[in-house]
Ligand binder design. Structure first.
Ligand code: AP5
Ligand code: MG
Ligand code: ZN
Length: 229
């Protein structure tokens, strides 16, 4: 079977995983799969999955593994993921990481795991000013990455909104859950020789340039595209 490119993005809430994954996905022509975005989409459309995820997300807790793992397995099986995918927000604990290993093993496994490092203070500043497009999910920041027209998405003119779980109480618990459950994955992927660390405390373009440089060193070729930093 042909080798696919699977990348896993790690970093605290607000580190810039989604922002960077979106830019890289365009260049690699593989989808960005954000479990958080899939849950939010289901929430908006009031599906059974959305209603189940709601209570966990509102508290900043993880949605149960059985649900999340099945959802990712289905998503990875869709035609647009035939060459691989950028996983943004999955896995988030060891059980999910082992499940992903099983899913990707027939295709060469995970190729690299970029860890975007920022301080908790910077992450909080980024989360507070974040705005998201209701239509396409594109991510902006009122100060650091403003849309051309206030409140409207550059890509499709969709309305920008603030995520429910970006309230300060919930953000604190999301950080707690990250350190307790997700941060052990840093050691997990380090031991597999897959971890690459990126300094996230730079401009969005500079982070993207560093990301592409370290990925190339891991053997992941990133084609030059329009807007390449
Ligand atoms: P999820 O949606 O994954 O949220 P998260 O991990 O908390 O991460 P964020 O999306 O908040 O941050 P990000 O790193 O993507 O930053 P962004 O690029 O937006 O998960 C939400 C919830 O869903 C979870 O709490 C859980 O309940 C559930 N869930 C999801 N996955 C799950 C799983 N696998 N298992 C179980 N439950 C799961 O950037 C942040 C802001 O900063 C933006 O405004 C951006 O414009 C700005 N910014 C980005 N980069 C820069 C820069 N370099 N300089 C200045 N500003 C920047
Ligand atoms: Mg995100
Ligand atoms: Zn949009």
């Amino acid at each position: 079977m042909a080798k696919r490119t699977y990348l896993v993005f790690l970093g605290v809430p607000g580190a810039g995983k989604g922002t960077q994954a979106q830019l890289l996905a365009q260049a690699l022509e593989i989808p960005q799969i954000s479990t958080g975005d899939i849950f939010r989409y289901n929430l908006k459309h009031e599906t059974e999955l959305g209603l189940l995820a709601k209570s966990y997300m509102e508290r900043g807790e993880l949605v149960p593994d059985a649900v999340t793992v099945r959802m990712v397995a289905e998503r990875l099986g869709q035609p647009d993921a035939a060459q691989g995918a950028i996983l943004d927000g999955f896995p988030r604990n060891l059980a999910q990481a082992q499940a992903l290993d099983g899913m990707t093993a027939p295709h060469g496994g995970v190729a690299a795991v970029p860890l975007i490092r920022v301080s908790d203070e910077e992450a909080l500043r980024r989360i507070t000013g974040r705005r998201v497009c209701r239509t396409c999910g594109a991510v902006y920041h009122v100060e650091f990455n403003p849309p051309r027209r206030p409140g409207l998405c550059d890509l499709d003119g969709g309305e920008l909104y603030q995520r429910e779980d970006d309230r300060p109480e919930t953000v604190r618990n999301r950080l707690y859950v990250y350190y307790k459950q997700t941060s052990p994955l840093i050691g997990y992927y380090f031991c597999k020789g897959l971890l690459v660390e990126i300094d996230g405390a730079q401009t969005i373009q500079a982070v993207q340039a560093e990301l592409r440089a370290v990925l190339e060193r891991k053997g992941v070729q990133v084609p030059q595209t329009e807007g390449t930093p």
